[in-house]
Each structure stands twice: as C-alpha cells, then as structure tokens.
Design a protein around this ligand. Structure first.
Ligand code: ADP
Ligand code: TRP
Length: 330
C-alpha cells in the first residue's frame, strides 16, 4: 500500500464488451497514470452489468476479457487493487443501507437511467433504477476521494456526494465526499453519429475497440462521418477526428491537417489513413499483451482473487463501522 499520497482513487467499468477509445481516453488512460502516485482501486462492475440484458453464459468470458484489458492497458496488480465487485459482497450490503437514505425522486432524475430505460423498455428493472446507489456504495466503501470517469458518469459521482452527506447528517460525520476526475477528453464522440458519445451499446461501427486490428481500424475510420460545417465551425465528425489526431499524432501532423482544413484542400481520406496508422501503432503492444493474457485464464483469476482479498479487508472494516453507526450491530 502506498503512503506517499493520502488521496484514494477508485473506478470501475462494467464487463460488457471490448474497451473502446472513449473508455480509454476518458478513463483508463488516467487509471494507468494515477497508479504510480496514489492508492488505487480498479474493479469490474459486474453487478452493475447484470442490470442490462445479458447472456449468463457469456459473463465469465467478459469478466476475464476486461481483466486482460486492464492489465494490457498498463494496470499493474502490484500497484493497484484490481478486483471483481461480486467478490466483495459488502458493496451490496452498503447499497441497501444507502437505499434507506436516497429519495426515489433523486434517482428518477438520473440521465443514464432515462437513456437506458428507453433502450431496454421491456426490462426496466429495479437494479437499473438503483444503479447509482450501488455505485455510491462502491465508492464510499473504500473512502475514495477521486473518481476517474468520463463525462457521462459525473452525475453518478454527484449523487454519491449527496448520499455521503445524507448519511453524515443523519448518523454523524463518517464518509468523504468524492470528486470526479476527468481527462482532457472526457467525451469522445461516435464515429458515425458524432453528436453522440462513442459507446459500445450503439454497435461496432460507432467505436474503435482497443483490440481492433489495423485493417478494422482503417475500415471503421473510412466509415466515419465528416459532413459539412459552416463557414466558421467544423462539423462535429471532423472535430472528433482532429481531437483524436491531437491525441495520437505529432504537433506537426495537427498543424498540417489544420492548415489543409483552413485552405479547404483537406483530403479526409488522407486524414483517416494517417489516423488509422497512428491508432493501430499506438495499441500494437496492447493487442499483443491482451492476446497473451487471455491465454492465461488461471493467472487472470488469481489477479482478481488477490485483489478481492485486499479490497475485502477495507470493505469489512467499513461495513462493521457503518453498522455500529446506524445502530444495527448487536
Ligand atoms: P459504454 O458507454 O461504451 O458502455 P462504459 O459505460 O462501460 O462505456 O464506460 C466505462 C468508462 O468509460 C466510464 O468511466 C465512462 O465514463 C467512460 N466512457 C465511456 N464512453 C466514453 C466516451 N465516449 N468518452 C469518454 N469517456 C467515456
Ligand atoms: N457506472 C460506471 C460505468 O458505467 C461503472 C461504475 C460502477 C463505476 N461503479 C463505479 C465507476 C464506481 C466509478 C466508480 O462506467
């Protein structure tokens, strides 16, 4: 455990599919940078993931896949506590306690709940509604201060702060009030609908997965919308591609394409080919590492079990203290 900085970092991702550039630039890249300076917890939000329609036969593979993705992206189990949420049941216990403090009206305001309810109208389950309360429990169980997430999760960190305050007002000062920690690109946009965020759920044409092979990356970028801007604004699709170029390319490349846009000599095929090469080179090592890790499921399981042991120590202490504070432990 690190002692150099007292701040605790925590974040989670649902094991539902491949990590994409939005996940990486909005959160995972930050995870990797933060683990050298802070005590970090990075987990798999498996209980959150079952609030969506899913195939139980697929879940184990998805859990191992996300674990391999975390490690291939640079998370190090010697530096960070990496674990599966379902191995630390205290989070669901704490969520129940938080349920008794959370007004239904506050959960009804959550934009993710509204969006997901529209997408899965035949399965608007209580878990989907209660999702932010479980997220608050994930965070507060470990007294985390900083939560590296993308823009879309900020509202959930804000309700976590509210829940912390409601608890402290009722039972006495105990929980911290965590803050979201954003990267400089908190919202990467979809390739084909650049008014919307890049997301797994929209379909594979919308995103570039970190494990996409070079030909697939090129193919997807070729299909990316560029569209027409106005005299002084760039179309959102072009802005998105230029944001990616600034991230993966050199200042000279950015200057070159910016110049071509201004001079109206821009060839989008050239921009897309340049970008495809930069992105695929940048994740060549990730692809190689991930394939090797997926061939070692026993190792991935061990990483999760070791992480769960460390997380459980903190979780058990918190739950015991909380039960004492709320007067239910005899
Ligand atoms: P998805 O919407 O593709 O299912 P998740 O909900 O699993 O992605 O998100 C995991 C993490 O990645 C969260 O911290 C989330 O805020 C971040 N994230 C997701 N999509 C984007 C995006 N397009 N841009 C920036 N960050 C994102
Ligand atoms: N809701 C987050 C997402 O969809 C996942 C998550 C669950 C999370 N619990 C968390 C993120 C706690 C940060 C902290 O991406």
């Amino acid at each position: 455990m690190k002692t150099t900085n007292q701040q605790i970092i925590l974040s989670g991702i649902q094991p539902t599919g491949e990590l994409h550039l939005g996940n990486y630039l909005g959160s995972v890249k930050n995870f990797v940078a933060l683990q050298d300076q802070y005590q970090c917890y990075f987990f798999l939000a498996t209980y959150h993931s079952i609030t969506e329609n899913y195939d139980p036969k697929e879940k184990r593979r998805q859990i191992l896949d996300l674990t391999a993705s975390y490690l291939a992206a640079g998370l190090d189990p010697k530096k960070s506590v990496i674990f599966n949420q379902t191995d630390v049941p205290e989070c669901t216990e704490l969520a129940w306690i938080f349920n008794t403090l959370t007004p239904v009206s506050e959960l009804e305001r959550m934009t993710q709940f509204k969006d997901k309810s529209a997408k899965q109208a035949a399965n608007i389950n209580m878990g989907l509604f209660d999702y932010p309360v479980l997220q608050a429990a994930d965070i507060l169980l470990y007294h985390a201060n900083l939560i590296p997430v993308g823009q879309d999760q900020v509202q959930h960190v804000e309700i976590t702060r509210d829940i912390s305050r409601w608890f402290n007002n009722k039972y006495g000062q105990y929980f911290v009030e965590p803050k979201p920690l954003l990267t400089h690109i908190p919202k990467v946009m979809s390739l084909v609908e650049p008014e919307k965020k890049m997301s797994k759920s929209a379909g594979s044409k919308h995103y570039i997965a970190l494990s996409d092979e070079p030909e697939v990356i090129l193919e997807k970028l070729k299909g990316a919308t560029t569209g027409m801007g106005t005299e002084d604004t760039l179309p959102p699709g072009v802005t998105n591609l230029m944001t990616l170029l600034a991230e993966f390319g050199s200042p000279q490349q950015v200057e070159y394409f910016n110049g071509a846009i201004k001079a109206k000599t821009i060839k989008y095929s050239e921009l897309k080919e340049t970008l495809a090469k930069l992105i695929s080179d940048s994740f060549a090592d990730y692809r190689k590492k991930k394939k090797a890790l997926l061939a070692k499921p026993a190792y991935l399981e061990k990483v999760l079990k070791d992480g769960a042991k460390k997380a459980s120590k903190v979780a058990r202490k918190t739950i015991a203290e909380v039960k004492e504070l709320i007067g239910v432990s005899v």
